[in-house]
Design a protein around this ligand. Structure first.
Ligand code: HEC
Ligand code: HEC
Ligand code: HEC
Ligand code: HEC
Length: 489
């Protein structure tokens, strides 16, 4: 009952807004008199007596929703110099640069500006919302975005006309009042089974069945689907409606055509998913915890480093678990038993059957104490990772061939990797100077390393972790076998 009456209220407000805007529209000088009717026109078209509307704008309002979120990322353009000019007229929000240009930063995820969630807190600017634009003539909104009411609100210098038109169409026709079913950050009346079906249909291919395959923050504070759904359900809903700026293939649920109630269902389900995923976080920390956590560079070598002389690396590398214990976790008994990475240090594979307490104690041991750099959560994640570490010898042969099916792997590679790495694997070059290093190069040189990256993801990159996509070890090997057929240079 309550919901219905609120909807009626909303509709009433909207109608009132439209009425006001129409009335204003009638007075504006831009409305030109009706043009003479062409004599050749078919006679049956009876023209209404009112002045004709401005030409109907055409464009993509869903793209407009992404532009509202972050037009710089959506368009892939450089951030303009300095802050948006209107920024200086407020002092409460202390962000600078790129953020000050985002529509959402001034007008909010709920489109209500100072009257909504951004009425207080660190995002507060005191600026108005844009809900008045809902139902308004897109031509008027477009003029406004070109500075008709305030020259400091002219975005035509940084975006082309089509982008501004898309924004106007979004504001006019695609705003959404989520306050009906998001209250105190919770989804009111969300149906979990319905939400799960929507999630599985549209999201799991990339985010995994539990929403943990992609971490879009670092591993000091991982952000998975559930994190954002709980932390900022309005932002979550906006992104579910329009997609993520710059991520071409993330769908728009407006496009898919789900009902208002189904957004509540999706949100409720997303909020029920896990907010951490210890094994994959541990895998990325083992790979490179400094990078994974966005920590400062180390100025000294790890204290145990001085007890060996064969590996001549210095600094950050000397702190990586993998540098001392190997990609196959077997230290001196495995791949790092010889070559430039040899240290002679022990592996951790044999310790996988030790208790969590024993492993934690090792991570806090003398000259092997990581507890001043890593939090309890990260140390536990490393333990969880080590306890399920795989015996690489069953998957990868000494001659670097792998026990996988390249034909199967090709299908998965094209679906899950090619969008970023390219069909031939050459879209991203990992080498930071001389030479080239593509996925193909790495698969040929070091299949043990790439096995880890496919399973656990890449530290500090929004690259999916295969095991959280629901892949088996065999699925991972199949991809690896296929990548070994890609060009190495
Ligand atoms: C730096 C803050 C800021 C940014 C960024 C910003 N605006 Fe605004 N916007 C304002 C302010 C302040 C107003 C109040 C009216 C004025 O001064 O013109 C306003 C007014 C509006 C209005 C009219 C609202 C009303 O009720 O009259 C619309 C529509 C609008 N903005 C849309 C946008 C869109 C779309 C973007 C992104 C391209 C955007 N704004 C970016 C600050 C901002
Ligand atoms: C084609 C792959 C793909 C699909 C399908 C997909 N996403 Fe995403 N999504 C991504 C990627 C990649 C990112 C991380 C982008 C980044 O780092 O900016 C992301 C990020 C997000 C974010 C976080 C954005 C942020 O910056 O805070 C949310 C929320 C999200 N997705 C929700 C969803 C929902 C809900 C669905 C299903 C309706 C979905 N995604 C489907 C690829 C996808
Ligand atoms: C500079 C080289 C070095 C780095 C970096 C390093 N370790 Fe070690 N680790 C050792 C050595 C040497 C030992 C064995 C002697 C000791 O415990 O002091 C060891 C022992 C261990 C053990 C105990 C093994 C057993 O059999 O009981 C575990 C577990 C372990 N390390 C995990 C890690 C993890 C996880 C990281 C990353 C956070 C890491 N290590 C980083 C050198 C290193
Ligand atoms: C959303 C984009 C994205 C997707 C999808 C993706 N990756 Fe990545 N990947 C990256 C980024 C970004 C890097 C980091 C590149 C760098 O550090 O220069 C990376 C790095 C890697 C690396 C490590 C390179 C190194 O030496 O540090 C490997 C291996 C890799 N990806 C394999 C894959 C495979 C296999 C898949 C599919 C299962 C995949 N990636 C899917 C974005 C992606």
């Amino acid at each position: 009952m309550k919901k219905i009456s609120q909807k009626f209220l909303l509709a009433g407000v909207l109608l009132a807004a439209i009425a006001v805007l129409t009335a204003c529209g009638g007075q504006t000088p831009t409305e030109s008199p009706k043009p003479a009717v062409e004599p050749t026109d078919a006679p049956e078209v009876v023209q209404p007596t009112e002045a004709p509307a401005m030409p109907e704008l055409s464009g993509d309002p869903l793209r407009g929703g992404q532009l509202y979120d972050n037009w710089i990322n959506a368009l892939g353009v450089d951030t303009p110099e300095g802050d948006q000019p209107l920024w200086a007229t407020q002092t409460s929000n202390t962000r600078t640069g790129k953020d000050t240009w985002r529509c959402k930063e001034c007008h909010g995820w709920d489109y209500k500006g100072v009257d909504g969630a951004y009425g207080s807190g660190s995002h507060k600017t005191g600026f108005v919302g844009v809900t008045q634009a809902a139902g308004a003539d897109a031509n008027e909104i477009l003029a406004m975005l070109k500075g008709s009411t305030n020259p400091d609100h002219d975005f035509s210098t940084v975006m082309d006309d089509q982008a501004l038109t898309d924004l106007a169409l979004f504001l006019s026709g695609y705003q959404f009042d989520a306050s009906v079913f998001i209250q105190d950050k919770k989804a009111v009346g969300g149906d979990l089974a319905s939400g799960q079906a929507i999630f599985e249909e549209n999201c799991t291919d990339c985010h995994g069945p539990e929403g943990t395959a992609i971490n879009w923050n670092n591993d000091a504070n991982p952000n998975y689907i559930a994190f954002l759904a709980l932390d900022n359900p309005l932002e979550f809903t906006h992104k579910a409606r329009f997609g993520q700026p710059g991520v071409e293939k993330m769908p728009s649920l407006v496009d898919v055509g789900i009902s208002d109630q189904e957004y509540a269902d999706l949100l409720a389900y997303a909020q029920s998913l896990p907010t951490s995923s210890p094994v994959v976080e541990g895998g990325r920390l083992y790979d490179n915890w400094i990078k994974a956590m966005g920590a400062d560079d180390m100025t000294d070598n790890q204290p145990l480093w001085a007890t060996q002389t064969t590996n001549t690396r210095t600094g950050n590398d000397t702190w990586r678990c993998k540098e001392c214990h190997g990609w196959d976790y077997k230290g001196a008994d495995g791949r790092y038993g010889s070559g430039s990475h040899a240290t002679g240090f022990t592996g951790v594979f044999a310790a996988k059957d030790k208790s969590a307490d024993e492993l934690l104690a090792a991570l806090k041991g003398e000259n092997h104490d990581f507890s001043s750099y890593l939090g309890e959560g990260q140390l536990n994640a490393l333990v969880a990772f080590m306890q399920q570490a795989q015996d690489m010898a069953t998957y990868i042969n000494d001659d670097k061939t792998v026990n996988g099916d390249a034909a199967k792997g090709e299908v998965t590679y094209k679906a899950a990797c090619a969008s970023c790495h390219g069909e031939d694997g050459k879209a991203l070059d990992f080498d930071d100077g001389e030479g080239k290093e593509y996925v193909g190069t790495l698969a040929a040189d070091n299949p043990w390393e790439i096995f880890n990256k496919i399973a656990y993801g890449q530290p500090a990159a929004a690259m999916p972790a295969g095991i959280n996509l629901g892949w088996t070890w065999q699925d991972i090997l199949d991809i690896l076998a296929y990548i070994q057929t890609l060009p190495i240079e």
